[in-house]
Design a protein around this ligand. Structure first.
Ligand code: GDP
Ligand code: MG
Length: 184
């Protein structure tokens, strides 16, 4: 399948103003690699030490999709239960979601159903991408099971490594495409 989205491995040099703006959120259990994926995507970096994300933070990236330029405001938050009340606010106005689990942790995949329900409650039926991160580590979650789940919920599925920079761009770019498809 050809990918019309420009790769952002190189910074996207565009002087074109954005044509659309949307809020996207990254969710999943603590330590699955949400912050690492975002930092890899937006800054092209990887930090091997775990820094607990407190509260929320967001990053901005302009993504060229055909004749459109989508300005994605990508929100990151801690997956911790104790941030529950913050999370409901965080979903407000969300137009797309990256649902992340850690391929080396079955428990994190089992929790995807929980995250899906929580996000739907807070944001409604918005486009989502299922992401199996840490593809550089031995897998405990069969890709087939994840693919089946994604298909059942009409989501794109991709296995990534924030560490090795594998498929990180395509995860976010697919989300950008789905968000645009929903509005144009
Ligand atoms: P978050 O709690 O979901 O935001 O997770 P972090 O991004 O803070 O990552 C948790 C830990 O997993 C950190 O030690 C990261 O360095 C590590 N990590 C994140 N992504 C990857 C990856 O793709 N591969 C490997 N091997 N480790 C990763
Ligand atoms: Mg984090």
């Amino acid at each position: 399948m050809s990918n019309p989205v420009q790769s952002s491995t190189q910074p996207i040099v565009t002087h074109r103003p954005y044509t659309h703006i949307a809020k996207a959120v990254v969710v999943g259990d603590a330590a699955v690699g949400k912050t690492s994926l975002l930092v890899r995507y937006v800054k092209g970096l990887f930090n091997p030490t775990y820094v607990l994300t407190i509260g929320v933070a967001f990053n901005i990236k302009d993504i060229v999709v055909g004749e459109h330029v989508l300005r994605m405001q990508i929100w990151d938050t801690g997956g911790q239960e104790r941030f529950g009340p913050i999370r409901q606010l965080y979903y407000r106005g969300t137009k797309g979601v990256l649902l992340v689990y850690d391929r080396s942790s079955e428990a994190s995949f089992d929790r995807i159903d929980y995250w899906l329900k929580e996000v739907k409650k807070g944001a409604g039926a918005v486009p989502m991408v299922l992401v199996g991160n840490k593809a550089d580590l031995p897998s405990k979650v069969p890709a087939q099971a994840a693919r089946k789940f994604a298909k059942e919920h009409s989501m794109f599925f991709v296995e990534t490594s924030a560490k090795d920079d594998t498929n990180v761009d395509s995860a976010f770019n697919e989300l950008a495409k789905s968000i645009l498809n929903a509005v144009v």
